[in-house]
Design a protein around this ligand. Structure first.
Ligand code: FPP
Ligand code: MG
Length: 297
C-alpha cells in the first residue's frame, strides 16, 4: 500500500534528526488515521514528491496535537496516554518543536507556492487554537465564531493539503481547495459529535470531554438556541466543569428532544455534499468523504 511509503519517509525524517531520545519518544505516538497524507496521495497518486509532502504534513499534524494536548491538559490521545501524561508537558512541547521544525526544513525543497501554502495554514491553525482556548473561557452561543475557529483550527491544513497536491498533479487547485475546506469542516464537526455520542473506549477519551474543557461545540450551540430562558441558564451553568449523572441525563435527553445531534450531522453532510460538488468526477475523494462522515471514532 502506498501509505507505507509515507510511513517509511516519516521514519527517515525522524532518523535524520539523529537524536535517539526524540526517535524513542516519537515511536510511542500512534500514527492515527493519516487523513491528510491519504488525501494528498489520492489527489496526486503518481507524483514522486507526494509521499514526502504527506509525511511532512503528518509531522506538522503530530506536532500540533502534542502541543494541543498540553494546552488542553489532555491525558489521552488516540486511546493511549498522551506524551504530556507519560513524560510531562516540557517533553511534549519539545518533541512538537522538533517535529514541526524538521517538517518545515523538508518543506523548503518544494515549490515556494506549496511551501507558502502549508506554512500559512500552520499560522492559521495556531490562530485557530488560540481562538479555541479564548472562546473556551465562557459559554459560546455564537455559531459564526465557532465555525470560523473550526475553519482555522482544522480545515485550513486539510484545505492546503488538497490545494498543494492539486498543484503537484497540475490539477485545478481552487476546486481541490474547496473540497479540502469542506472536508476539514465536516471532519471536525463529526469529531465534536463523537465527543457526545461515543463511549470513552472508542474515542480514547471521556465522552463530553469538549464541554468539560470549555468547548461549546455545534450541538451545544444548537441546543442553546432551542432552550427556554431558564434552561439556557441551566446549560450555561454546566459549562467548563464535570457533570454528575443527573446533569448528564438532562443534557442527553434535551439533546434528543431537540434533535441537535441529527442537526449537526445534517450540517456535516451538507458540507460533504458541497465538497463532492466541487469535484464531481473524483471517486477516490468521494470515498474519503464517506469514511469521514460514517466513522465512529
Ligand atoms: C485539536 O483540536 C487541535 C488542532 C487540530 C490544532 C492545534 C494547533 C496548535 C496547537 C498550534 C501549534 C502548531 C504546531 C505545528 C506546533 P481539539 O482539541 O478540538 O481536538 P482533540 O479532541 O483531538 O484534542
Ligand atoms: Mg485537544
Amino acid at each position: 500500500m502506498i501509505l507505507d511509503h509515507v510511513e517509511a519517509i516519516i521514519d527517515q525524517l525522524i532518523a535524520e534528526i539523529d537524536f535517539p531520545q526524540a526517535s524513542e519518544l516519537f515511536s510511542k505516538l500512534s500514527g492515527g488515521k493519516r487523513l491528510r497524507a491519504r488525501l494528498i496521495l489520492s489527489i496526486a497518486p503518481s507524483h514522486p514528491d507526494a509521499p514526502l509532502l504527506g509525511a511532512i504534513v503528518e509531522l506538522i499534524h503530530a506536532a500540533s496535537l502534542l502541543h494541543d494536548d498540553v494546552i488542553d491538559e489532555a491525558m489521552t490521545r488516540r486511546g493511549t496516554p498522551s506524551v504530556n501524561a507519560t513524560h510531562g508537558s516540557k517533553m511534549a512541547i519539545m518533541l512538537g518543536d522538533i517535529l514541526y521544525s524538521k517538517a518545515f526544513s523538508s518543506l523548503t525543497s518544494f515549490d515556494p507556492l506549496i511551501a507558502r501554502s502549508i506554512a500559512e495554514s500552520v499560522t492559521k491553525l495556531s490562530v485557530g487554537e488560540m481562538m479555541d482556548v479564548t472562546m473556551g473561557e465562557a459559554f459560546n452561543s455564537n455559531r459564526e465564531s465557532y465555525l470560523k475557529m473550526l475553519y482555522l483550527k482544522t480545515a485550513t491544513l486539510i484545505e492546503s493539503c488538497a490545494y498543494c497536491a492539486a498543484l503537484l498533479e497540475e490539477k485545478n487547485p481552487s476546486s481541490y481547495a474547496v473540497y479540502g475546506k469542506n472536508l476539514g469542516l465536516a471532519f471536525q464537526i463529526v469529531d465534536d459529535i463523537l465527543d457526545i455520542t461515543s463511549n470513552s473506549v472508542m474515542l480514547g477519551k471521556p465522552a463530553l470531554n469538549d464541554f468539560v474543557e470549555g468547548k461549546t461545540t455545534l450541538p451545544y450551540i444548537d441546543l442553546y438556541d432551542e432552550l427556554s430562558k431558564e434552561d439556557k441558564e441551566k446549560l450555561i451553568s454546566f459549562h467548563g466543569r464535570s457533570l454528575d449523572a443527573d446533569e448528564k441525563e438532562w443534557l442527553f435527553s434535551s439533546m434528543e428532544k431537540y434533535g441537535v445531534i441529527e442537526k449537526s450531522y445534517s450540517y456535516a453532510q451538507a458540507l460533504c455534499d458541497e465538497a463532492i460538488l466541487a469535484l464531481p468526477d473524483e471517486n477516490a475523494l468521494r470515498a474519503i468523504i464517506t469514511t469521514v462522515i460514517r466513522r465512529s471514532y
